[in-house]
Write a protein that binds this ligand. Structure first.
Ligand code: TMP
Length: 244
């Protein structure tokens, strides 16, 4: 009999809007399974993007491996199949860390700036992860006051996020893509170490074609622009080439 070191997928622990999380027989590991389901506006708009789960799984693992090789610790353990990835079990810090290189989306709207306007420097924002509240924007003092993270953890999270931005921006520009903005989530391992978790995909980033400005991300779904599946496939092709 062949014995595998890969733990078996057990019962479902949690179902989110784009992923399911399963327990394994190792309490320190779980399996993330990417769905084709898509939502926007905190779940108000619902749909399916055919093939999205497999693309987001591949793209996330590819980019997380790139980050790992640049010294950024992540939850990634091993890609299991086209939709499933074995990850370290973390307790998610209830923050969405948003990094913005170019004004777009909610920032452009909130501040009355044209989408695409350049900014003098990179912006970092935090949102409290709670769909029922619409993921409200919060600042450092809210985070410390609510004890979502302590001062040294917040410093680590913000510094890692800005480093991740530099690594991804440079890598994506080699694929003819402008990294407009993106969202990160971090989690705590049982010993307290903070690692990058969740996903990095066209669901969670704005990718614009560097030459034409064409949107190649979930904004095509959010804004009913058409060509949604094609945009996801284009990202996979640019980042993974023939390995589709
Ligand atoms: P925003 O401009 O709508 O605030 O989005 C900023 C970035 O964060 C964008 O790249 C999309 C990503 N994002 C998520 O990953 N999840 C979300 O729930 C939202 C609102 C944005």
């Amino acid at each position: 009999m062949v014995t595998s070191t890969i733990p078996a997928r057990g019962s479902m622990l949690y179902e989110g809007k784009a992923k399911k999380v399963y327990a394994t027989d190792n309490p320190e590991l779980c399996v993330v399974s990417y769905k084709d389901d898509a939502t926007a506006f905190n779940g108000l708009k619902k749909g399916v993007i055919s093939g999205k789960g497999a693309i987001n799984n591949r793209v996330t693992n590819h980019l997380m491996r790139l980050l790992e090789s640049n010294g950024i610790p992540t939850h990634l353990v091993e890609e299991l199949n086209d939709r499933d990835t074995l990850v370290k079990r973390v307790s998610i810090i209830p923050l969405e860390v948003i990094i913005r290189n170019i004004a777009a989306g909610s920032l452009a709207k909130r501040l009355g700036i044209a989408e695409g306007a350049p900014m003098k420097r990179t912006v970092i924002e935090y949102c409290y992860k709670d769909d029922s509240l619409g993921d409200p924007i919060v600042n450092d003092s809210h985070i410390l006051a609510m004890d979502w993270a302590n001062e040294s953890e917040l410093k680590l999270i913000s510094e890692a996020s800005l480093r991740i931005n530099n690594i991804l921006k440079e890598y994506l520009s080699g694929a003819g893509l402008t990294l407009v903005d993106f969202k990160l989530e971090f989690g705590r391992l049982p010993g307290g170490e903070i690692v990058l978790a969740d996903e990095i995909s066209p669901d969670t980033c704005r990718f614009w074609d560097a030459n034409t400005g064409e949107k190649l991300d979930k904004d095509r779904f959010r804004r009913n622009l058409g060509g949604v599946e094609e945009a996801y496939r284009e990202i996979r092709a640019r980042l993974l080439g023939a390995d589709k």
